[in-house]
Design a protein around this ligand. Sequence first.
Ligand SMILES: NC(=O)c1ccc[n+]([C@@H]2O[C@H](COP(=O)([O-])OP(=O)(O)OC[C@H]3O[C@@H](n4cnc5c(N)ncnc54)[C@H](OP(=O)(O)O)[C@@H]3O)[C@@H](O)[C@H]2O)c1
Length: 338
Amino acid sequence: MKVAVVGATGMVGEVMLKVLEERNFPISELLLVASERSVGKKLVYKNEEHTVIGLADAVAAQPDIAIFSAGGDTSLEWAPKFAEAGTTVIDNSSAWRMDPTKKLVVPEINASELTAEDKIIANPNCSTIQMVLALDPLHKKYQMKRVVVSTYQSVSGTGVKAVEQMENEAAGIEGEMAYPYPINRNALPHCDVFLENGYTKEEMKLAREPQKILDDRTFSVTATAVRIPTAGGHSESVNVEFHNDFDLAEVRKLLSETPGIVVQDNPDTNTYPMPVFANGKDDVFVGRIRRDETQPNTLNMWIVADNLRKGAATNAVQIAEYLVENNLVSNNTPEAIS
Ligand SMILES: NC(=O)c1ccc[n+]([C@@H]2O[C@H](COP(=O)([O-])OP(=O)(O)OC[C@H]3O[C@@H](n4cnc5c(N)ncnc54)[C@H](OP(=O)(O)O)[C@@H]3O)[C@@H](O)[C@H]2O)c1
């Protein structure tokens, strides 16, 4: 495959290159793409130097697959241009997620929806992916009614500038601010922009995306998203009310048997998921699994994952792998063949 990584110099882009390499994705030619600021920079993939190019040159090269992690505006403007050139775009931004003509995919759940006609495919929000992976097997068994989620999100979820802000503050250095307030030794109940309804955009992604991924609008999700000064991954406190009652041992079994999930749950040994464990791993970790004793059929759990991996790069590469394995991609436009 001729593959373009758009946003290769960013936080997600860097991990994308690592994940493509680790999983030995079949790449015949790699195009590393970023803004005009970075054109000419050198990046290394599989011990080989690659020069960063601009978007127009990348479109002209007609890659088979372009994985975008370069913000919503870049995706809105450029993903259609790649698609027109015959490229299949997998997009990490929020630009296309709720577009009814685009698929929103967590491969373990709904990759089977994908067809060769899907030229722009959306990767869900990082906080959504880890939550929905744990909710899916439980929903199938007990039928969710309502989910209440509070997130504790890593600064790496905001990008390079936010990690720099936290590091500068910790070192007592004055620098550029990615957030309106200090993040070190703080907690900001503010992820992404505020909307007219008083929620943030991140909270509404958590509320809306699960219904689309699970193709079911019979349950509801309400969210509070909080940024905390961690760098290894996002954590979530998730309270789920089901229509049907459950058995806790069966819940643990269902989760442990779900591909991509690792149950870490033993209060006797202080075993529970934490960002320091999840950092650098592809799995979603679930623990603190317990009954909500205040109302029937309700479960509490704690879900942690590396937002740059399963929350972004790994999920996107898994989509690409599914497309390749199922012969759903190849840029065989006449220009590409010639
Ligand atoms: N961080 C996460 O955990 C996470 C998870 C899921 C999804 N995402 C999404 O992934 C995207 C990237 O996030 P990030 O955290 O990696 O941000 P980041 O560290 O700020 O990196 C942004 C990347 O986009 C490139 N870029 C910016 N403007 C561009 C333009 N006009 N044309 C071409 N390239 C441009 C940047 O290139 P330069 O270096 O040249 O500026 C850089 O490579 C965002 O859409 C974000 O919502 C992030």
